[in-house]
Design a protein around this ligand. Structure first.
Ligand SMILES: [Zn+2]
Length: 251
């Protein structure tokens, strides 16, 4: 049997600065504890080009962030990913809330970034594809993980679609997007990945999540995020046999 380090790295492609850790943090922890190299590459981690839209200004206010929102979030992510024993990469694409569409903003009204009828952004998708191809060429991962796109955020949908396009013959594993799927019955995108870590990995995941101060305050205004993730893991073990749902798409 090959040593764990010889199996090749796992590349986890995260749409935003938090998604991989929130959704698959325990599974990532289990891999790195076993000696496996894991690289968490976040696509929409770039700086916005000012001026900001009213929606972006209001988002920063909800997160308690100022003009340095993007660098502050990159620092949170670097600390969170390191807490799982993984490496981070940050691509410089702008989050949907910062992007323009023609003469207007892509996101103009509350929740618009979840609208399945948002116009396609082929130029952005092509540039993301080129950047991820460079990362794949450099790392030559044994597996590539990304989000299933549950919840329908436009950046999550684009990330999955682009990864599916550029991964070549590298095995694809999809994760259940959290916190979007919390409180939902759970769906199936393939065979559930067996190793999603143990209690120690779930504790390590919570410690990593604590680094995302700006995001947890916004996502869980009542400070209930620890309970939210812990309860969800228990519900998934009972109903699906694993505390985090990741699916092998090949079989
Ligand atoms: Zn996200």
């Amino acid at each position: 049997m090959a040593a764990t380090a010889d199996l090749g790295p796992v590349l986890a492609v995260s749409p935003h600065l938090d998604d991989a850790v929130l959704s698959a943090g325990a599974a990532i922890s289990a891999l790195t504890r076993a000696g496996r190299r894991v690289v968490v590459c976040t696509v929409f981690a770039g700086d916005p080009v000012p001026p900001l839209s009213p929606k972006a200004v209001s988002f920063h206010a909800k997160c308690g962030l100022g003009d340095d929102a993007a660098p502050a979030r990159r620092a949170e992510d670097a600390a969170a990913v390191a807490a799982l024993g993984a490496e981070h990469r940050h691509l410089d694409f702008a989050d949907a809330i910062y992007r323009r569409l023609g003469d207007d903003w892509l996101v103009t009204v509350s929740g618009a970034h979840f609208d399945p009828n948002l116009p396609a952004e082929p130029d952005v998708a092509a540039a993301v594809g080129a950047a991820l191809t460079d990362v794949l060429d450099e790392l030559r991962p044994a597996e590539v993980w990304t989000c299933a796109g549950i919840g329908g955020h436009v950046d999550h949908r684009m990330t999955r679609a682009v990864v599916e396009q550029v991964r070549g013959d590298v095995e694809l594993v999809l994760w259940e997007d959290l916190p979007y799927a919390i409180g939902t019955p759970g769906v199936a995108f393939g065979r559930v990945r067996a190793d999603a870590g143990d209690e120690r990995d779930r504790e390590r995941k919570l410690a990593a999540i604590a680094h995302y101060r700006s995001q947890m305050g916004m996502l869980f205004p009542d400070s209930s995020w620890r309970d939210g993730f812990t309860t969800h893991a228990k519900v998934r073990v009972d109903d699906h046999g694993a505390p985090e749902l990741l699916w092998h798409t090949a079989d």
